[in-house]
Design a protein around this ligand. Structure first.
Ligand code: NDP
Ligand code: 8X3
Length: 257
């Protein structure tokens, strides 16, 4: 295992769910954390906990990954000691709505495309040149099984995660000849705020997604992210699909009666 002590790990969407869990797991490894999201108050609260519990350095900022000027300003104005990012976790993402395409809302489509595809591109385009220059780094993209399979009414969300998978593969090809590694972590059902966001705050409907089954916990994804990041330098896990034991595919979820 290659150590992470003092490595700078940048996580987008660190205010909740998988991003917050990744921050905690990387902190346990002694990494320095560069955390952002739109809800900066939440990120600041997490930062306080991580500093106290794990004694790590944490830098926080408000960042909406949908805005290229905001992304450029955020990374361009980092204090010198935070500029050499070792690991970028492209986690910020969301689904909005679960409607058949012919009934879908263009505003929901735009939010998903702007966040899950364009946001990932903006952040990566800003951070990756430094990694290439230093010939050191790792981009961990959070994909989904929705990037491997499509389900009814999942149309645009699934398209954005198929795009993530293509970008992950493309990034790997474009980085050939450098020591920079690329990983896509592709989970099945993980219980986070994801479904509450998808259903525009309808918590009761969201909870039905995980009814009578044991979903993954955000910590399970974070654990895998740390595993991928700590392989020896010649090992690159390109894609890791992680499912709850009760789930076989987007169409097959075993629910106890
Ligand atoms: P959560 O809703 O719990 O967390 C999503 C995070 O993304 C929040 O921190 C949110 O922060 C952030 N975010 C959303 N939009 C933006 C934006 N425009 N700019 C910056 N940050 C943003 O969901 P998850 O933790 O489940 O989702 C994390 C990732 O995991 C997503 O990419 C999702 O697609 C993926 N995923 C989730 C699965 C699941 O079942 N939960 C399964 C497979 C993949 P804020 O609102 O404060 O900006
Ligand atoms: C989230 C998993 O199956 O709800 O990416 O789309 S799913």
């Amino acid at each position: 295992m290659t150590g992470l002590n003092g490595s700078i790990v940048c996580i987008t969407g660190a205010s909740a769910g998988i991003g917050a869990a990744c921050a905690t797991e990387f902190a346990k490894q002694g990494a320095a954390l560069l955390l952002s999201a739109r809800r900066k108050d939440r990120v600041d609260e997490l930062a306080r906990t991580l500093r106290t519990k794990h004694g790590v350095r944490v830098h926080t900022g408000r960042l909406d990954v949908r805005s290229l000027p905001e992304v450029e300003k955020f990374f361009g104005s980092l204090p010198a000691e935070w500029r050499e990012i070792d690991i970028l976790v492209n986690n910020a993402g969301l689904s909005r709505g679960l409607e058949r395409l012919q009934e879908g809302k263009p505003a929901d489509w735009e939010e998903m495309i702007d966040t899950n595809i364009k946001g990932l591109l903006y952040v990566t385009r800003t951070v990756l040149p430094g990694m290439v220059e230093r010939n050191r780094g790792h981009v961990i993209n959070i994909g989904s099984i929705a990037g491997h399979q499509v389900y009814p009414a999942g149309n645009v969300y699934c398209a954005t995660k198929h795009a993530e998978r293509a970008l992950n593969e493309g990034m790997k090809m474009d980085l050939q000849g450098t020591a920079v590694r690329v990983t896509s972590i592709d989970p099945g059902l993980v219980e986070t705020e994801f479904s509450v966001v998808r259903f525009h705050g309808d918590a009761e409907r969201a909870s039905r997604t995980y009814a009578n089954m044991t979903p993954l916990r955000p910590e399970d994804i974070a654990d895998l992210a740390v595993f991928c990041a700590t392989r020896p330098p010649h090992v690159n896990i390109l894609q890791a699909v992680i499912m709850p034991t009760a789930q076989a595919s987007v169409h097959h979820v075993h629910r106890s009666p």
